[in-house]
Every structure is written in structure tokens, then in C-alpha cells.
Design a protein around this ligand. Structure first.
Ligand code: UDX
Ligand code: ADP
Length: 463
């Protein structure tokens, strides 16, 4: 079976880049990315390629090449569903904020809406691909809805979790460590699996395309993220011990990373992991384990989150303690707001939590991030909303220039590892600050010796 027409529901951080790359690699396949968010679709269709709704290195060039040829962005969900042979579901699955499973389970309402819409609209057989991260056995729910509502057409459900990391999405899609495709172990299921394998095989070597049953695929995605997040929490736990003992976390990470059984990646101590996946996926794993009565399994993984929350908090606490136990009415500059470099995504970014803590201590915060808008910063703080009595618009200012951001501040906190921070004129920044001038490096990215020579008092995670 050869796929000619693809529809992707959800034009976000997963759907947008993934479909752009498939479109570039498969010019003979027509791809329509649809979304209910009209502003987002308009931004994808923008004539100015710098205005795409998602910032990813290399993405705008791909969209420039494929858009209008075989890549289309639209709000007409029904038409795109009806025309497609294969439908990717790439809608968001945030952690539930209400009811049963609140704060832990994934909210599958958008997934369910998609399934119902597909069932209502489809007049021909479809392969439905779960791209969003979903709790294990979600495919059963989707299949139930598809098979029991709407027209009598055949649906095959595949799980094809996305492993791309934001900031390196295009490179990860071009050159994935593996592509995972889970399908039913029936003849029809296997035919659907092959149709999707054939698409990836255009640019991914065969030995990197792994096929499994649907449940293994769904659970592998959660497990991969849980293991990665666990590494970050593990190194962060040791960073606190380093600060007490005089060991240096960068040296410790290098020393353990050279053990080939441990490996050197994902050992950067930080102010805490963020992003839309790690916390959500672990909470999901914890919730699933609990629902099967596996309390020890649940507690084991929950500790990864507890450690992460602790890391954010203790960074903020260290700032307050160092600034003579009070930050009331002191200005603190935040360099970086995104959850990591090379993305404009701020979901679960440590910066939000550190800012919240400091605002509770009555600090004034000035923010600069190369890719995050002021509107987004306020939206993030208002969403967290732990301080009804504090007016974020008064206490927080967002500047388009790093030098302006650091003017007259008592301290600078580095929240994201943007490379440009290293290239700034730190002499000039020093001149503009209150003395003593403090830098709290939450990402271990600045040159300690250089800053100390200028006169800064420098403190970093794990050092
Ligand atoms: C992650 C997974 O890597 C990806 O495979 C999955 O598909 C989605 O979730 P992402 O959230 O985009 O990707 O970013 P990732 O690079 O994994 O970083 C997550 C967080 O961990 C970031 O806040 C990052 O700064 C932090 N991190 C990462 C560290 O603090 N230290 C490290 O050594 C690595
Ligand atoms: P992710 O990181 O998983 O890609 P995003 O929030 O960036 O998450 O993107 C998900 C997109 O899915 C959003 O743009 C949202 O508007 C869209 N979406 C959610 N539900 C539906 C739906 N039922 N139909 C179409 N689009 C939807």
C-alpha cells in the first residue's frame, strides 16, 4: 500500500517540524497539517519565514522549500481528514488539571476529540498514527471510538512516538537514532506498519527502523523520557553534594561519563529539566504504575520529579541567601526563559518556577531571552499564578536587549544555556550593575575565571 496523502492534526512543536521533514524527503506525498488554532496556521503560512510559530534551527529553510509544493497548512480539518490515507495525531496531551488523575494523568480530551472527528468525517479506510506521547493502551481507546461511531470504514492504529528533542528537531528527524513503529500483529496491522516504514525508509537506514507491538511502542516512549530525565535528576542530586564538599560537578560528570557503561551525554547539571515531555511522561508512568497497584514502582519514578522540583527551588533559595537573605525590591536579571537553548518553547521551564519563588520574596525581575516574547513570559507567570496578590506586569519587565536587562540589577541569573551569553561584553555589564555584582549560573555556561577577573561574584550549580 503506497501512501499518497497525509493529514497531520496538530501544527505544534511535534507536528510542524515532523511533517515539514517528511514533505521535504517525500515530494510525491501530499501533506496537509491542520490545526484548530487559526493564528498558528496563519503564522505557518506567513510570507516572512522568520515569523513561523516555532523556532527550530534549519526549519524555515525546509518550510520555504516544501510549502505550497506538497506541504500545506490549513484550518480545514474535515477536508484534510477525508482526503488522507494516513492521519497523524499530533495534538497536545497536557497533564490533567482537574478531576480524577489531576496533576498526574494525561488529559486525553484533545486526542478523543480528534478520534471522534476522524470517525465522523472518514468515508474511506485510514491508517491513524499516534504521534503525540500517550499513556500505554491509548490506542485501544482510539480504536474503540473509531470502530463504534461514524461510517463503516476500516481503521488501523499505529503508534509512532516522536523522539526528536526541541532545538535539534530537524537534525534529529534527518538522522534519528531509531524510528519506532508499533502496530497490531494481524495481517492488516502489519500492512499498515509497512506503509509507514516505507515512508521513513526514504531517508532512514532499514536497521534503524524498529517495529514492535502497539503497547511496547507506547511504553517505550514514556520509558525513554523517564530514563533521560532520571539522568538529569541524578546529576543534579550530586550537584548539591558538590556544593557542600568542594567537588566540582563538571569534573565529576566528566569523570563518570568516560565510563563507557555510563556514557557522557545528558550529564549536564542544571537548574532543573523542563519541556513538555519529561515531567508529563514521568507523571504518566507514575499514574499508570499506581493504577496497577505498583506503589514501589510509582515511588521510584516520582522521586525523579521531586528531585527536579527541589533543584529549581534550591537555586532560587541560593540566590536569596547569597543576597544577604533578602531580595525585596532588588532587581534580578534573568538571561534565558526557554526550557533549553535553540527553542522558543517555555513549557515547564525552570525559569518560570525560579521567577515565581523570587517574586514571592518581593524581587523585581528583568527578563531577556533571544526567542521568547514578553507576552509568553507573562502568560507563563500568570498560568502558574501562585501569587494572586502580585502584579506580574509591575514586578517583571521583559527587554529586547541583554544590556538593558542587566542595567542596575543586583544579580544576574542564567536560566537557559543560549550560546550567545558567552559572547556578551561582560565588562560593560559589570559597569552597569550594583556592586557587589553577582552571577548565578544555573547552566554552568559562563567562564568563571573570566567573570571573577572582571569583579563578579560567581556561583554556579554544583560549584
Ligand atoms: C525530550 C527527549 O529528549 C526527546 O527524545 C523526546 O521526544 C521529548 O522530550 P526535549 O524535551 O525537547 O526532548 O529536550 P531535552 O534535550 O531532552 O531536554 C529536556 C530538559 O532537560 C531541558 O530542560 C534540558 O535543559 C535539560 N537537560 C538536558 C539538562 O538539564 N541536562 C542535560 O544534561 C540534558
Ligand atoms: P506538541 O509539543 O505536542 O506538538 P503543541 O501544543 O505545540 O504540542 O501542539 C499541539 C497542537 O494541536 C496545538 O497547536 C493545538 O491547537 C492543536 N490541537 C489540539 N486539539 C486539536 C484538534 N482537536 N484539532 C486540531 N488541532 C488540535
Amino acid at each position: 500500500m503506497k501512501i499518497q496523502n497525509i493529514c497531520c492534526i496538530g501544527a505544534g512543536y511535534v507536528g510542524g517540524p515532523t511533517m515539514s521533514v517528511i514533505a521535504q524527503k517525500c515530494p510525491d506525498i501530499q501533506i496537509t497539517v491542520v490545526d484548530v488554532n487559526a493564528a498558528r496556521i496563519a503564522a505557518w503560512n506567513s510570507e516572512d519565514f522568520e515569523k513561523l510559530p516555532i523556532y527550530e534551527p534549519g526549519l524555515s529553510d525546509i518550510v520555504r522549500e516544501a510549502r505550497g509544493r506538497n506541504l500545506f497548512f490549513s484550518t480545514d480539518v474535515d477536508t484534510a481528514i477525508d482526503r488522507a490515507d494516513m492521519i497523524f495525531i499530533s495534538v497536545n496531551t497536557p497533564t490533567k488539571t482537574y478531576g480524577l488523575g489531576k496533576g498526574m494523568a494525561s488529559d486525553l480530551k484533545y486526542i478523543e476529540l480528534c478520534a471522534r472527528q476522524i470517525a465522523r468525517v472518514a468515508t474511506t479506510d485510514k491508517i491513524v498514527v499516534e504521534k503525540s506521547t500517550l499513556p500505554v493502551r491509548t490506542a485501544t481507546a482510539i480504536k474503540n471510538i473509531l470502530d463504534n461511531t461514524g461510517n463503516p470504514v476500516q481503521f488501523q492504529i499505529l503508534s509512532n512516538p516522536e523522539f526528536l528533542a526541541e532545538g535539534t528537531a530537524v537534525a534529529d528527524l534527518f538522522n534519528p537514532d531509531r524510528v519506532l513503529i508499533g502496530g497490531e500483529e494481524t495481517a492488516d496491522g502489519q500492512r499498515a506498519v509497512r506503509a509507514l516504514v516505507d515512508i521513513y525508509a526514504r531517508w532512514v537506514p532499514a536497521e534503524k527502523i524498529l517495529t514492535t507491538n502497539v503497547w511496547s511502542s507506547e511504553l517505550s516512549k514514556l520509558t525513554a523520557n523517564a530514563f533521560l530525565a532520571q539522568r538529569v535528576s541524578s546529576i543534579n542530586a550530586i550537584s548539591e553534594l558538590c556544593e557542600k564538599t568542594g567537588a566540582n560537578i563538571t569534573e565529576v560528570a566528566q569523570a563518570i561519563g568516560m565510563d563507557s557503561r555510563i556514557g557522557s551525554k545528558f550529564l549536564k547539571a542544571s537548574v532543573g529539566f523542563g519541556g513538555s515531555c519529561f515531567q508529563k511522561d514521568i507523571l504518566n508512568l507514575v499514574y499508570i504504575a499506581k493504577s496497577y497497584g505498583l506503589d514501589e514502582v510509582a515511588d521510584y519514578w516520582e522521586q525523579v520529579i521531586i528531585m527536579n522540583n527541589h533543584q529549581r527551588q534550591r537555586f532560587a533559595h541560593r540566590i536569596v541567601k547569597t543576597l544577604y537573605n533578602t531580595v525585596s525590591d532588588k532587581k534580578i536579571a534573568f538571561l534565558g526563559w526557554a526550557f533549553k537553548k535553540d527553542t522558543n518553547d517555555t513549557r515547564e521551564s525552570a525559569a518560570i518556577y525560579v521567577a515565581d519563588y523570587l517574586l514571592n520574596e518581593q524581587a523585581l525581575i528583568q527578563v531577556f531571552d533571544p526567542k521568547v516574547t514578553a507576552q509568553q513570559v507573562y502568560a507563563d507567570l500568570n498560568y502558574l499564578n501562585s501569587r494572586a496578590e502580585i502584579d506580574n506586569e509591575k514586578s517583571v519587565q521583559v527587554h529586547p536587549c541583554p544590556y538593558q536587562t542587566c542595567q542596575n540589577v543586583h544579580a544576574i541569573a542564567i536560566l537557559t544555556e543560549w550560546e550567545e551569553f558567552n559572547t556578551y561584553d561582560w565588562e560593560r555589564i559589570y559597569q552597569q550593575m550594583h556592586k557587589p555584582a553577582f552571577v548565578f549560573d544555573g547552566r554552568n555556561v559562563l567562564d568563571k575565571a573570566k567573570l571573577e577577573k572582571i569583579g563578579f561574584i560567581y556561583a554556579a550549580i554544583g560549584r
